[in-house]
Design a protein around this ligand. Structure first.
Ligand SMILES: [Zn+2]
Ligand SMILES: [Zn+2]
Length: 428
């Protein structure tokens, strides 16, 4: 009875739906991926920028687009105590560009290259590969319009995913044109959709007049079915866009980055121009994009900055991790466990542990009066590499025995941090 009530109490607090804790040992994989990312970004000249996770709602409406799924359905938007509408960031590019303009980062030598990592929020039905809080590692490079930069960014992404250990991923690229060529495409698309519009969902019907391109990324199955055979933007590119896209392909071939052209690649955000790309994995199911990005040549102006072209991508960390989960990682374990018997030994051990940690070792110790047997069991459970037993006798003689938990070899050592360190270093 009492037990049941306690159980009920213990279950009262749970994390929110679609918002998960990340626990060890999985955090090892996160650290490894973050470490690899920072390492590679550095070689390409990217610097870290840390952005707030909350912004004025307008930041997202302005950039991502009013008629997109993200803005219409998926944002965590609420009114704060000052009656301002604020939103938890659903992606990183909009907050980045807001900061880029706010701090005049366009005055830095171009290309200006930045990366960020952290949580993003979208209010969607949680499913495999889609959580309400998810994490992205993203980069943004601005100030250069040349297709060499597009190829460099895409090549860096490909190197990064390869270094993390992803196999069987496919890079798809396309160009979605610019404001010059888009009107023609928009007209052709509307022409194609006109007779079929009744078969589309209400959102699509509404979008037909405001922003028909958004119909191309509606997730409703009947809409997907009915838009089959729609004209593709790649056939409507203006000469400049065509030249730029050819450049991207030429440089990707020079860099030997495998890619395929997918003219139907649609990105659910309005700010993209020209190059867009996605990395997909066949082993992920419906939510198969591991990373995605594109060029945004007008976005800085949307935020009242000077005309500045840009390109970037973001990696979905959870999805990447689900693909590398099987990769074995090094089992980390303490260098030494200090068993103690009695009060005096306990006092000696807290000091000794600290001295050894200051010399670079990972040291664990006993904190209570438990029996030697149970202390040894604990040392074993946490995979301690070595154990020292500290009792009255050892204190008196000033000597201890260090036991190697694997080889079971025993070594006599002076009860002194420097001497213990010497013995442990010899073993390494
Ligand atoms: Zn164009
Ligand atoms: Zn639809």
């Amino acid at each position: 009875m009492i037990r049941n009530e306690r159980k009920k109490l213990l279950m009262r607090f749970k994390s929110l739906k679609g918002i998960q804790d990340i626990l060890p040992p999985e955090t090892h994989i996160w650290q490894r991926i973050e470490h690899i990312s920072r390492d590679i970004f550095k070689k390409y000249g990217y610097k870290e920028i840390r952005l707030p996770i909350i912004e004025a709602t307008d930041v997202f409406i302005r950039s991502i687009g009013e008629t997109t799924d993200i803005v219409e359905k998926e944002m965590y938007t609420f009114t704060d105590k000052g009656s301002r509408s604020v939103t938890l960031r659903p992606e990183g590019t909009a907050p980045f560009v807001r900061a880029f303009v706010e701090h005049h980062l366009y005055n830095e030598p171009s290309p200006q290259k930045y990366y960020y990592l952290g949580p993003m929020y979208r209010y969607e039905r949680p499913q495999a590969g889609r959580q309400r809080q998810f994490h992205q590692i993203g980069v943004e490079a601005l100030g250069v319009e040349d297709s060499k930069l597009d190829a460099e960014v895409i090549s860096m992404l490909s190197t990064l995913l390869k270094t993390i250990g992803l196999k069987d991923v496919q890079l798809e690229i396309t160009s979605i044109g610019c404001i010059k060529c888009r009107p023609d495409y928009r007209a052709a698309l509307k022409e194609f959709l006109r007779d079929k519009l009744n078969n589309f969902c209400d959102d699509c019907k509404r979008r037909y007049d405001i922003n028909p391109l958004r119909i191309l990324d509606c997730k409703v199955p009947t809409c997907i079915e009915n838009r089959k055979g729609a004209p593709s933007v790649i056939n409507f590119l203006c000469d400049d866009c065509k030249k730029h896209f050819e450049g991207v392909q030429r440089y990707l071939n020079l860099l030997k980055v495998p890619h395929i052209i997918n003219p139907n690649l649609v990105r659910g955000l309005d700010y993209y121009t020209r190059t867009t790309f996605e990395v997909k994995s066949s082993s992920l199911g419906a939510q198969n994009a591991v990373a995605a990005g594109g060029r945004y040549n007008k976005l800085v102006e949307e935020f009242d900055g000077p005309p500045t072209p840009g390109i970037g991508f973001a990696i979905g960390v959870e999805r990447v991790i689900s693909l590398v989960k099987e990769t074995p990682h090094e089992h980390e374990s303490p260098d030494l466990f200090l068993c103690t018997l009695g009060h005096e030994a306990s006092e000696k051990s807290i000091v000794l542990a600290e001295q050894l940690r200051n010399r670079g070792l990972w040291v664990e110790m006993n904190y209570d009066e438990s029996s030697l047997r149970s202390q040894m069991r604990k040392a074993d459970r946490i995979h301690a590499k070595n154990v020292i037993v500290l009792g009255e006798d050892e204190l008196k003689k000033g000597k201890v025995v260090m036991k190697d938990m694997q080889g079971k070899k025993e070594t006599k050592v002076e009860l002194d941090a420097e001497e213990i360190l010497k013995v442990l270093q010899k073993k390494k």
